[in-house]
Design a protein. Structure first.
Length: 218
């Protein structure tokens, strides 16, 4: 059946479909709806060492029409770059101090070194150097308040060359917001009595919710 002079087809008729063998991915006309649709792509094959052919999967997902006339991709979409990084970080998160999986040194509860402190850098999650030797930009008041003080509530202190009570950021904190950080002597005594406390400790979802181990009343 040929179209009329304006190119319209009678009901139930439409333009001839392309030869599927010549172009298997060409759009196909649906006579019942009067619309085009794309066929499902066929998997490509590649030769295998045994001389046969193996499927390589779909190389390009084709789309399906949405009500607005646009085309939506089919098949699972690859995760975004940020999602990939976050997933990898969650899986590979390992403490530079105790080597346990699931937290970093800045949150670690132990073990402490011979001086009763966590000996390492909370910025870099490593024991290769300590915080005050770090080359990263850690000297902001916010970083020092979190890494040295607020993040160490009811835990051993991070290695620091002077008393934290003399630190200007500590002095700027009000008395009711100052964290209760273990003194080095208390940390050493507790570790001597409980040498494996850090192995059995269960970290919470966030550092603010980490459960109390012991309270230093000094």
């Amino acid at each position: 059946m040929n179209p009329n002079s304006r190119g319209y087809y009678p009901p139930g008729y439409g333009p001839p479909n392309p030869n599927p063998y010549a172009n298997p991915n060409a759009p196909v006309y649906d006579y019942s709806s009067g619309q085009y649709y794309y066929p499902q792509p066929q998997p490509w094959t590649t030769p295998n060492p045994n001389g046969g052919w193996q499927s390589q999967g779909y190389q390009q997902p084709y789309g399906t029409p949405d009500p607005n006339g646009a085309w939506q991709p089919q098949g699972p979409q690859p995760p975004r770059h940020n999602q990939q990084r976050a997933a990898a970080r969650k899986v590979l998160l390992q403490c530079g101090n105790c080597s346990r999986i699931g937290h970093e040194l800045k949150r670690c509860v132990g073990p402490v070194n011979g001086f009763g402190v966590i000996d390492g850098c909370p910025m870099c999650n490593t024991t290769d150097h300590v915080l005050f030797e770090c080359v990263q930009n850690w000297k902001s008041e916010g970083n020092q308040r979190h890494l040295l003080m607020l993040g160490r509530n009811q835990k051993a202190m991070i290695s620091w060359p002077s008393e934290l009570t003399e630190h200007p950021v500590w002095k700027a904190l009000s008395a009711d917001t100052r964290p209760k950080i273990w003194t080095p002597s208390f940390a050493l005594q507790y570790q001597l009595r409980n040498p494996h406390y850090w192995r059995d400790y269960v970290y919470a979802g966030t550092w603010q919710e980490d459960p109390l181990i012991a309270e230093d009343l000094a």
